[in-house]
Design a protein around this ligand. Sequence first.
Ligand SMILES: [Zn+2]
Length: 214
Amino acid sequence: MAKFQKAILPINDMVITCGYKHPEYTRWFQRTYRSAGVVHFGSDFVDRQRKDTQLRAPFDMEIVYAGLDYLMGYTVIARSLLPIDIHYGKHKGRKHIAIRIAHMSRLNVKRGQKVKWGTTLGNYGGTGKYGGAPHAHIELDADVSFPNYSPSFRGNSTIWKGGTDSTINPMDVFKVARGQTFSYERRNQSFLDQDDIYTLRHDGRSTAANFIRV
Ligand SMILES: [Zn+2]
């Protein structure tokens, strides 16, 4: 059987604050930036205590881009070194995937570097024109040939370029590893769907011990 990996959470006590393709995000974006609404092709996360902002590699990866993007801030874009287990959704199965992380405050890795899962990639923050309050915006993509092309864009930015939609709901991929917790907060509930919150359960990895309602 081919080797593959299961992805861990990139934040140890991870809280999801905005879900994948959530319609409320599009309305919020229109209000905030007074521009046409954009679809949320990723998910937003923070640390439960708002203290440990370290972002860890969820799987073994090669860093394809690490730098400052005008709109998306300090960015890490990488592709997996092994097929990754996708436990739910239309991409269910095992395939190579790309990851895009936006709005980081600090980068700990360089372009071309290969890192093991668990390696600190940097810290989440609020950099870039669309940064806002500190959080990690993470997109996963089945297209590994053009990992910096995102459907979030119509035009191009410094690193991020406009692409077509081959994104994957991050919560169809991330799993709660030993010692990690996953949660959501009541105040963010309007930005979340059931799948954003409960998809981990399809895999049986989320238990009463590691799934926390705050
Ligand atoms: Zn986001």
